[in-house]
Design a binder for this molecule. Structure first.
Ligand code: PEP
Ligand code: MN
Length: 343
């Protein structure tokens, strides 16, 4: 439930509303939207609360039709949140492109890819270290050595780094090496992992599960925020449908829906949706046209020999082409994007 306090409401009236709610045992949020102040009640409100609040001086309106994920909802917090990750801001005018290999494979590999994607305009570097593979026989990643290489190359190139953490027990280790902790599609409802990422201060890139509704994604984000970390970036990466031509079906509609329901920044991973590099650029352009605040793209210097997700990984040249194509779309929707202007 939210209470909207109008323009003429005094500071004392606002304080009285908040005190009354806290006195009754509720946790509340207070956000300003232009002339209005929105006081949100976290969790279920007991019968009669709405009437009592509405009778208080300064309260213009109360609303019950607000989502249960109060902290991440736009109803409680109308202004879009910008998440800053080591100097890069996600959720502002610039479309932030995060690029790199599915997995860190060697020092030479991650360094060569990082340098190339930076030249094409990527603003952050991705790379998996502990890989959650569908098959236990697939490449499982270099582990801590992968994180160390990622961090070192990130430092050299000036790109903040993103990597997926798979278990709550690894969160502390990751927080030492990476700038953004990724929670993968398979872990979106690992509630202990969500809580552990919520208890540390670095931004969290939360991917939508291929089996989750938009509301389930937002509830998962709420877990991270309720545990203390408001710096969450939402990521659409394709969902499972009856279609088998693509690896997943990119739910482009999730972008405007998430932006309407939540104040958190929204990015799109076209690589895990497409499953094939030929389709990645088109999906990336669609995502930016639909309002995405960023992209997460897999790039490899030798995709045919990649140890994971080579088929969907762009070549270095392919990524450069993608950046040029996406830049035109970004400009058309009044956004900017890193790197050189279109030729
Ligand atoms: C990845 O980013 O490499 C990954 C495993 O993605 P997802 O969790 O979306 O499958
Ligand atoms: Mn991958």
């Amino acid at each position: 439930m939210i209470a909207i306090l109008g323009r003429d409401c005094t500071l004392k009236q606002k304080t009285d509303v908040v005190r009354r709610l806290e006195g009754e045992g509720y946790n509340v949020t207070v956000n300003v939207d232009g002339d209005e102040t929105i006081v949100g009640v976290l969790g279920a409100a007991l019968p009669g609360l709405e009437e009592r609040l509405r009778a208080m001086p300064g309260v213009r309106e109360t609303r019950l039709d607000v989502p249960p994920y109060a902290l991440v909802s736009r109803a409680h917090h109308p202004e879009t949140t910008r998440v800053r990750a080591s100097g890069v801001t996600i959720g502002g005018d610039e479309v932030i492109v995060i690029a790199g290999p599915c997995s860190v494979e060697s020092e030479a590999q991650i360094r060569s890819i990082a340098r190339s994607v930076a030249l094409s305009g990527a603003r952050m570097l991705r790379g998996g270290a502990f890989k959650p593979r569908t098959s236990p026989y697939g490449f499982q990643g270099l582990g801590e050595e992968g994180l160390r290489l990622l961090a070192a190359v990130g430092d050299e190139t000036g790109l903040p780094v993103v990597s997926e953490v798979v278990g709550p027990e690894d969160v502390e280790l990751y927080a030492r090496y990476v700038d953004v902790l990724q929670i993968g599609a398979r872990s979106m409802q690992n509630f202990r992992l969500l809580a552990a990422c919520g208890r540390q201060p670095k931004p969290v890139l939360l991917k939508r599960s291929h089996m989750a509704t938009i509301d389930e994604l937002l509830n998962a984000a709420e877990y991270v925020v309720t545990h203390g970390n408001p710096r969450v970036i939402l990521c659409e990466r394709g969902i499972r449908t009856f279609e088998t031509a693509t690896r997943n079906t990119l739910d482009v509609s999730a972008v405007p829906v998430l932006r309407e329901r939540s104040h958190l920044p929204v990015i799109v991973d076209p690589s895990h949706a497409a499953g094939k590099r030929e389709w990645v650029e088109a999906l990336a352009r669609a995502a930016v046209a639909a309002g995405a605040d960023g992209l997460l793209v897999e790039v490899h210097d030798d995709p045919e020999r990649a140890l994971s997700d080579g088929r969907q990984s762009l070549t270095i040249d392919g990524f450069d082409r993608l950046m040029r194509g996406v830049r035109r779309v970004a400009l058309a929707v009044d956004r900017t994007i890193g790197g050189a202007a279109p030729a």
